[in-house]
Design a protein around this ligand. Structure first.
Ligand code: GAL
Length: 683
């Protein structure tokens, strides 16, 4: 894993501020109040293109100059946003080719944001020009500590169907395959006479009957979108790097799909930031989950962010109610919840937390996206909570830069992430398994990491973990299989699930027995398999007399020489056949589960491997409390987070000093509703 180039040197609190939204007479008072409340960094500028360039080639920086002058009379520092998320009306009107289109080719028009495409030569030129102007004009400002590129790349829309995208897709494919013969072979175009005889015949996906495009084309399209986004980000990063003060960081705020966030960070950014909105778990019609974990699902996203950048920042931390689509139909964070969510971010590795936004906007699309302050601008209970959080961040000073402990890692790679996007059954199986593993890890207080296999992944990155779960790597390459084998031979434990390694890098199915390139590790063969139909009961297997569900897909495993059967299916026509096997390889071992992971199988496997509840000797906590450990320089800190509206009691088995009160706690300790404690673990 590449070392991240920038780290926050102290626990830092920020907020998102839009000087252009407010009467200038409010600015000085806003900055004063921010500092009094513990804020030391503000992010500004990211949507203000129309102000910076009111007419093509005519620039105006006065408003932000006046604002930065004011900042520079204070201690406040600034993260400055580049403006490419919101091209002005003059630009999209004069050059409609900069706009993104839907699959039918209909352009997305001015009026929202991120309505552009990454590949229009005009847009690239215009973005480069405005970024250069901003970098030249503001780059040496002493208050600016960092730059944010665009805003939430690939948010709102992560599919691009403009003419410029088709042209760029062709160039991407020419570079990748060199010849049409190679492309036709990789995409299997002999099927249904899809053979291309001229590059001009190739387009980004277009409407097809039953919305069923060539799957190999689609896999390359996802890679192309990701690459386009990274190039777009890189273009701005390069300009900024040439002009800004040394030591100033370049970041962007994520994280969104159809994008190799790891590569983007490695190639373009010094540090990665994330926008955390756990309240989506509570609103109407939102993407959140209304099950037991609710806002704790955000910890899964934060775990994923940590894999991109272990010491990340939160560029936008939810501070109020809101949404665009449900307007006000999202509850206001309950007293304590805003602070809980901010500390959830810190527990998972954030050393910088910036709240979205200082004051709720009184006009525009976001009148219901509440910030710290309401429209009336008076102090309120969220401001009191901010102050309390600021006190806690001071007490958390020694934790800054600390790593997170993980009992195991869930292994992923972008080829399979993209494959699961198109191949919906793969997506369902992958989500089922990741969610089950996450849920069990939460309820058993067993934090894990995500580990993405990338081009710079080294064996040492794998050997940091006692066990790796790679749930459903349908696509497998020789390099990855070799890396996994080296890990296992050196003593690692590898766990894989159904449908592993049956596709090659193009998404074509291999003709070797499954699990393909992993067979020599698992010592299993698969002669029969089935998706399990909703019309049947959820299938199950029996392990040591205990039942575990084996949902969604069942590979019927045949153990080969050396493999031991741990569990056998107990249902369907393959009852009695192997459902879970174990094989010793070198110093390590490999478990092969024939199905998607259920909470039962994930729990039983983690227990079997002795991974659950690594802090059991220190603390007993109810399932509703999340436990996380960060460590640095031989010191360790235990976070306990109560997500419930009722108090929760934990039991400390030996004395530990609370970072917040300074007192040593032992025995029963009660966390108030939405309360958090952090103790230093005595070694
Ligand atoms: C984020 C976005 C912000 C603001 C916020 C609240 O996704 O980056 O600009 O829109 O949501 O809606």
């Amino acid at each position: 894993m590449t070392e991240q180039r920038y780290r926050f040197s102290s626990m830092t609190i920020g907020t998102c501020y839009y000087p252009e939204h407010w009467d200038e007479s409010l600015w000085a008072d806003d900055l004063r109040r921010m500092q009094e409340d513990g804020i030391s960094v503000i992010r500004i500028g990211e949507f203000a293109w129309a102000l910076f360039e009111p007419e093509e080639g005519v620039y105006s920086f006065d408003l932000f100059d006046r604002f930065l002058d004011l900042c520079e009379q204070t201690e406040l520092k600034v993260i400055f946003g580049t403006v490419s998320a919101t091209p002005p009306a003059w630009l999209t009107h004069k050059y409609p080719e900069v706009l993104n289109a839907n699959m039918d080719g209909v352009l997305y028009r001015h009026g929202m944001r991120r309505h552009y495409n990454y590949n229009s030569p005009v847009y690239l030129e215009k973005c480069a020009a405005i970024t250069l102007q901003l970098a030249q004009h503001f780059g040496k400002r002493p208050s600016i500590i960092g730059w944010q590129i665009d805003n939430e790349l690939n948010c709102e829309m992560d599919r691009f169907y403009s003419e410029a995208d088709s042209a760029a897709f062709r160039a991407f494919l020419k570079e990748k395959y060199g010849t049409l013969d190679a492309l036709n072979a990789a995409w299997g175009t002999v099927f249904w006479s899809q053979t291309y005889t001229d590059w001009e015949q190739i387009f980004v996906p277009r409407p097809t009957l039953q919305n069923s495009p060539n799957p190999h084309l689609h896999l390359d399209y996802d890679r192309f979108v990701s690459e386009s986004c990274i190039r777009f980000c890189g273009l701005q990063a390069e300009i900024l790097r040439a002009h800004v003060n040394p030591g100033v960081f370049i970041t962007t705020n994520g994280m969104f799909g159809r994008l190799d966030n790891h590569r983007m960070t490695r190639e373009c950014l010094d540090v990665y930031t994330y926008d955390s909105y756990p309240n989506f778990a509570f609103g109407l019609n939102m993407a959140g989950r209304l099950d037991r974990l609710r806002d704790r699902w955000s910890s899964k996203k934060l775990t994923e962010v940590r894999s991109v950048c272990p010491h990340f920042g939160i560029m936008e931390q939810q501070s109020g109610a809101g949404s665009w689509t449900t307007r006000m139909e999202n509850p206001t964070p309950r007293p304590g919840q805003m602070q809980l969510w901010a500390l959830q971010s810190v527990a998972h590795g954030a050393d910088f937390v910036s709240f979205f936004r200082w004051r709720t906007c009184t006009f525009g699309t976001e009148i219901y996206w509440h910030g710290l302050l309401n429209y009336d601008n008076r102090d309120n209970r969220r401001i009191s909570e901010l102050r309390s959080f600021a006190e806690k961040m001071k007490q958390l000073a020694p934790v800054c830069g600390a790593d997170n402990e993980a009992a195991f890692a869930v292994v992923k790679d972008y080829d399979n992430v993209f494959d699961a996007g198109l191949d919906t059954w793969h997506g369902h199986v992958a989500n089922q398994s990741e969610d089950a593993i996450f849920e069990v890890s939460q309820l058993t207080h067993t934090p894990f990491d995500f580990l993405y296999l990338q081009e710079d992944t080294a064996i040492e990155d794998l050997l940091r973990y006692k066990a790796l779960i790679m749930p459903h790597a349908c696509i497998m390459t020789k390099e990855r299989a070799d890396l996994l084998e080296r890990y296992v031979r050196a003593g690692g434990v590898l766990v894989i699930g159904c449908r592993s390694a049956y596709k090659d890098i193009h998404g074509q199915c291999v003709m070797t027995p499954q699990p393909g390139l992993l067979q020599k590790l698992t010592a299993t063969d698969i002669h029969d398999f089935t998706f399990t139909t909703p019309a049947e009961d959820v299938p199950f297997a029996v392990w040591d007399g205990r039942r575990m569900q084996t949902p969604l897909f069942n590979d019927v495993l045949t153990p080969l020489d050396g493999a031991k059967v741990l569990a056998r299916y107990g249902s369907s026509y393959y009852a009695g056949e192997a459902a879970l096997t174990e094989n010793a390889v070198g110093e390590g071992r490999v478990l092969h589960l024939g199905s998607a992971f259920s909470t039962e199988s994930a729990r039983m496997i983690l227990d079997y491997l002795g991974l659950t509840d690594p802090c059991a000797s220190l603390i007993s906590a109810p399932e509703d409390v999340e436990l996380v450990v960060r460590r640095k320089d031989g010191r360790r800190w235990l976070f306990a987070l109560n997500y419930q509206s009722t108090p929760m009691t934990v039991t400390l088995h030996s004395g530990m000093r609370s970072l917040f009160s300074g007192c040593v706690h032992e025995g029963e300790v009660t966390l108030p509703p939405y309360g958090v404690q952090v103790w230093e673990i005595a070694e």
